[in-house]
Design a protein around this ligand. Structure first.
Ligand code: FE
Ligand code: FE
Ligand code: ZN
Length: 277
């Protein structure tokens, strides 16, 4: 049945426009920002446009979509007004996601900005408690982070702690970013099975819902987070090929966040489709 793969598309023009953009590069899933990546107010949703995307996805056998929260959303800021802003954005985004039910909403857990991981983890769990409630059809995904600055989520343990506080509800899961885990120190090149075993032991592979498939400009454990085109970085094509074919990963939506234009994405999507056994 092949692979669900796509890129991060521009959200201008609404839902159907995004779906068509994904199709134009050969995708059968995609990622998009729910609002300006720098945050702020979001454009009103046209329910008919949402229905149009649902129909298009059905017609073309799309996998789950992986929406992305704005980068500025810091649920564990040391400043209350920034936390409130983040919580409001999160709540509004979850409402918006329900126009296209049953998809994924991925977020960066946040940066603790000097407060330490423990305090931050409590703040993040607190914020998620309000929105990831029974009844929502969206699955909220915490992204594995590279550990740049004071980012929370650079270890599987930190993500597990957030989910443990919440009681591991089915509405919360994880999105694994290959560049981030590599930069975070998980050797997916030489020991993919070991890393996934670790993920399973600490979080549980049943909580892994999506993959951001990126190469990295940096070496293992660099804690930098600079994505590279597929095959041009330190992870490399062979390791990424093993990732898309791994039994624990192969049915997930794979999202490219590589530094490409549309022609580049088209090439990468077709390259990766060719890798699938
Ligand atoms: Fe991200
Ligand atoms: Fe990512
Ligand atoms: Zn990144």
């Amino acid at each position: 049945m092949g692979i669900y793969i796509g890129n991060h598309v521009s959200s201008s023009g609404g839902f159907v426009a995004m779906g068509k953009r994904a199709l134009a590069v050969g995708g059968n899933t995609f990622a998009f920002f729910t609002r300006n990546p720098r945050g702020g107010s979001a454009a009103a949703i046209d329910p008919e446009d949402a229905k149009g995307l649902i129909a298009l996805m059905k017609e073309h056998n799309f996998g789950k979509l992986v929406a992305h929260a704005p980068y500025t959303m810091n649920l564990c800021s040391d400043k209350e007004d920034i936390r409130t802003f983040a919580r409001n954005m999160l709540a509004d985004d979850i409402k918006r996601m329900e126009y296209i039910p049953g998809n994924y909403y991925n977020l960066h857990p946040g940066s603790h900005v000097g407060q330490g991981e423990e305090a931050a983890i409590t703040l993040i769990a607190d914020a998620l408690k309000e929105v990831a409630v029974p009844g929502i059809s969206t699955t909220v995904l915490l992204e594995t982070m590279a550990g740049k600055g004071s980012e929370v989520g650079k270890t599987f343990e930190e993500l597990a702690q957030i989910m443990d506080i919440l009681g591991n509800p089915k509405e919360i899961g994880v999105c694994l970013d290959t560049c981030h885990v590599w930069d975070g120190g998980y050797d997916i090149v030489n020991d993919l099975d070991g890393v996934l075993k670790r993920f399973d032991d600490v979080i549980g592979l049943e909580r892994l819902f999506a993959v951001h498939i990126n190469d990295s400009k940096n070496v293992l454990a660099a804690h930098k987070d600079r994505h590279e085109k597929i095959g041009d970085g330190n992870i490399g094509a062979e390791a990424l090929k093993r990732i898309v074919n791994h039994p624990a990963l192969k049915d997930k939506p794979f999202i490219l966040e590589t530094p490409c234009d549309d022609e580049g994405y088209k090439r990468e999507i077709s390259l990766i489709r060719g890798w699938v056994k």
